[in-house]
Design a protein around this ligand. Structure first.
Ligand code: ACK
Length: 332
């Protein structure tokens, strides 16, 4: 069985090259969001002579051991894996007040927020190039730059920028790249979903909120706390049944994330509520249907292959990268 960095939180050494003294941090009052374990605020940090705008993640409630452990694990893993273009970049960290269970994690600011909220806002401004499950080349998708509306709506440029099928394929590719990198570093994500993917101002995907450990899922404190929040719609059969997590269960979640991407942020299995029956349905072959904005090919060769019952039969992130690289090549 593969050993993942997520499993030995205690033995994973803390790489302190990102440490910046607390006095150099400026935590703003703008709360960007609240996750399961952390709070994210907009702020800045001074490194040398340079002040950078960043997003700062802190422990949600320091009294809660699960919040603390999860945040610390995320920091340790981020500092351990180094940089990748499609993983949110760690800029600064502070563990000065770790004895008070306070941690600061400073990451690059992603102006377009989460991929999920971005897509949901753009639903009305979408150029679809897929019809009857086929790509239509007659109406070639245009890049975002060309789609900016000028004239009357000059000052609404960003709001009126359109997205097209091409963007969905690019994001699918970029998410696979980031996940392939995590895989190569033996790190599990364990909570891959569009809500945990960020978008920069130039619409580049950055995977974030990783570092959940199998340990935590097995921890009764965690299960108690997140009974409602458990990402069951994104979880593989073996994760639901045995709390078994692996790169292959991340691949399953990637498939569900693709469903979100190709529906522009629809809730998977809409209307379903959690019951044990859900696992049985999956075991009997129930799967998400093909979203309208991806081709039959994409659905059959990638999404459905992420949801093979047998983990070993699922595709790899490398396979998904090759597939989408080719698809984008055909689109551009
Ligand atoms: O969609 P949003 O506005 O963008 O809501 C979520 C929220 O915090 C909870 O995660 C936002 N957020 C998280 N990290 C960042 C970041 N590095 N840059 C910008 N926004 C962020 C996210």
């Amino acid at each position: 069985e593969t050993h993942y960095a997520n499993d030995n939180v205690k033995s994973l050494p803390y790489n302190d090259r990102y440490e910046i003294p607390q006095k150099n941090w400026d935590l703003g009052n703008t709360v960007l969001g609240t996750g399961n374990f952390g709070i994210v605020v907009k702020g800045s940090v001074e490194i040398g002579a340079r002040k950078s705008m960043i997003a700062i993640k802190t422990v949600k409630s320091p009294d809660d051991i699960v919040d603390f452990k999860t945040t610390l694990l995320e920091l340790k893993i981020m500092a351990h894996i180094g940089h990748h273009h499609h993983i949110v970049k760690l800029i600064a960290a502070s563990t000065e007040n770790i004895h008070k269970r306070k941690i600061l994690i400073g990451v690059e600011f992603c102006a377009n927020g989460s991929l999920l909220s971005y897509m949901q806002k753009r639903k009305k401004l979408f150029t679809n190039n897929v019809e009857d499950g086929q790509m239509h080349f007659t109406s070639m998708p245009q890049s975002n730059e060309n789609k900016l509306v000028d004239g009357l709506y000059d000052n609404l440029m960003v709001m009126t920028s359109d997205i097209s099928t091409l963007d969905l394929y690019k994001w699918s590719f970029q998410i696979a790249c980031g996940m392939n990198f995590l895989d190569s570093k033996k790190v599990l994500h364990a909570d891959l979903a569009a809500r945990n993917i960020l978008l920069t101002d130039d619409l580049v995907v950055k995977i974030s909120d990783f570092g959940l450990s199998r340990d935590l899922f097995q921890n009764s404190e965690y299960t108690k706390k997140t009974q409602v929040a458990l990402p069951w719609k994104w979880m593989a059969i073996e994760s639901l049944k045995f709390l078994k997590f692996s790169t292959k269960s991340d691949v399953w979640s990637y498939g569900v994330t693709l469903y979100e991407v190709f529906t522009l942020g629809d809730d998977p299995y809409t209307g379903q509520t959690w019951t044990e029956e859900f696992v049985t349905l999956l075991e009997n072959g129930m799967r998400l249907e093909r979203p309208p904005f991806c081709t039959i090919n994409t659905y059959n060769r990638v999404m459905m292959q992420c949801w093979q019952k047998e983990p070993a039969e699922r595709i790899t992130f490398g396979d998904a990268m090759s597939f989408f690289e080719k698809a984008i090549g055909l689109l551009t």
